[in-house]
Design a protein around this ligand. Structure first.
Ligand code: SF4
Length: 482
């Protein structure tokens, strides 16, 4: 790492070859030399030239650099002349002007660089171009899926009481009373979810923090109680914008309207798809309420609309349950504590959904405690709750309905005591499995047209919200299933 105060630049140089004071910077590239004059594109030549300017500023003599193409095992020498040096200084000046302007430049259009760019999952070039500038944008069918449709890393759940999670090499080990229960490769774990009395060794915790793998803590019954993460995300700019927008009704109300619109529309879609005899009046009422969100002039109005939509939707919930009977007789939404098996399943699923939203919010760089619809309250993960809203019906409720209708869960998986109904350990395991299956299921994205998992969709939504706050998208494009 080398800096030069007069140049106002810092460079990380892969390798410096040299003898005495005469040196050559070497930059490693993955592929083969491009079919360009001199075997290198301008950005690579400029990058090397800037490295050489920094080396010279630090007392070395440097007249050329080398690009080493790993796949071809080929060296391309780039001589430094006056033209390249003045072009490098010119671009450095332009870059500084752009950075001080405070506005992120738009992503490249249909660039062949994007598929191999390490920032592609954050940048989302085709998606942002499609949503931000329809005139310049690719058509929906031309949006390239440049990130994998699914994540390789998945959550690791531990609900064996008394279990200890430790670390050996690149593995997490789960032991109960000294006996090894299970191992998991750290690189395949997205986050750790611990239920009840489960311990984590400090060695494991340190490694998880170093790898940015959050640890989420739940009560034995599934109540989400806390999270441990590594150092806070470096994206300070995003958090500044988040705080500013959350403190301004003018900025947060439009986001809240979009979130509620999506939530109500998605509930309506679930009802239409799953109800034995979809009631036209309720579907029309949900449509009407969704339309009203767009004109809501205060958060209180939105809260009222949300309450009315929930009554209409949950009033017909039983019609989506085929098994019915005494065990799964849903009479309305209740919680803290849930008083029937359906509400126990729904509450457990919602807490998992909020955990997923919390982990996603942190990974993108947000403060999960400051939302736009949910108002700040000590310990309330308001942004995670905001991000979960549009997915409550299509992920959590849908899993509950599917499990009951397929006979995957039954009366033996719930226990009632003192007016409270909770899931048994086997019941919870079954719900966790069904939830993870749903998160992993791929669907065709309604806006971008490519196949992608729900887990990835949640991340994309969080990133789109960030791009809206950073000024790249004029509104938050809430996720709506068809
Ligand atoms: S993905 Fe984004 S940052 Fe990377 S090359 Fe494409 S436009 Fe540039």
């Amino acid at each position: 790492m080398l800096s030069g105060e007069a140049l106002g630049a810092i460079a990380r140089i892969d390798l410096v070859e040299g003898e005495g004071g005469r040196v050559t910077p070497v930059d490693y590239k993955r592929g083969r030399p491009p079919n360009a004059p001199g075997g290198a594109w301008e950005p690579e030549r400029v990058q090397l030239c800037l490295q050489s300017l920094l080396l010279r500023a630090n007392g070395y003599s440097c007249s050329e650099g080398v690009l080493y193409f790993v796949e071809a095992k080929e060296r391309v020498t780039v001589p430094f002349d006056d033209a390249l040096e003045s072009r490098t200084r010119e671009l450095l000046g332009e870059l500084r002007t752009m950075a001080s302007g405070g506005r992120i430049p738009p992503p490249l259009q249909d660039s062949p660089k994007c598929p191999r760019c390490s920032l592609v999952g954050i940048c989302l070039p085709d998606e942002i171009n499609l949503l931000s500038e329809p005139a310049r944008a690719p058509r929906r069918q031309d949006v390239r899926r440049l990130v994998p449709g699914r994540d390789d890393a998945l959550p690791l759940y531990v609900q064996a009481q008394g279990a200890i999670v430790g670390k050996t090499g690149d593995l997490l080990e789960i032991r109960v009373k000294g006996s090894l229960l299970q191992t998991a490769r750290l690189m395949e774990v997205s986050h750790l979810a611990l239920y009840g009395n489960v311990q984590v060794t400090s060695q494991a915790l340190r490694e998880l923090c170093a790898r940015d793998i959050p640890v989420c803590y739940f009560s034995y019954g599934g109540w989400f109680q806390g999270i441990t993460t590594g150092m806070a995300h470096k994206n300070v700019e995003l958090r500044c914008r988040q705080y500013a927008a959350a403190m301004s009704t003018g900025a947060s109300l439009p986001i809240a309207r979009r979130i509620m619109f999506g939530k109500i529309k998605n509930s309506r879609t679930l009802l239409r798809r799953n109800h034995k005899d979809p009631p036209a009046a309720v579907l029309a009422e949900l449509d009407r309420l969704a339309a009203r969100t767009q004109a809501a002039e205060s958060m209180e109005t939105l809260l009222g609309i949300e309450g009315a939509a929930a009554r209409a939707y949950f009033g017909e919930f039983q019609g989506m349950l085929k098994a019915g009977g005494m065990i799964f007789n849903f009479q309305g939404r209740n919680r803290r504590p849930p008083r029937d098996p359906v509400n126990a399943i729904i509450s457990f699923l919602y807490s998992m959904l909020i955990r997923q939203a919390m982990v996603t919010a942190i990974a993108v760089g947000f403060d999960p405690y400051l939302g736009f619809y949910h108002q700040p309250k000590y310990g309330k993960p308001a942004l995670a709750l905001d991000l979960a809203e549009e997915f409550r019906s299509i992920i959590a409720d849908s899993v509950c309905i599917g499990m009951i209708n397929n006979g995957e869960i039954g009366g033996e998986h719930a226990i009632a005591r003192g007016g409270e109904v909770a899931l048994t350990q086997t019941g919870r395991r079954k719900v966790i499995e069904a939830f993870e299956r749903r998160m992993d299921a791929t669907i065709t994205h309604p806006l971008f047209g490519y196949a992608v998992s729900y887990r990835r969709i949640m991340e994309v939504q969080a990133r789109l919200l960030a791009r809206h706050l950073l000024g790249e998208l004029s509104s938050y494009p809430v996720f709506r299933t068809r």
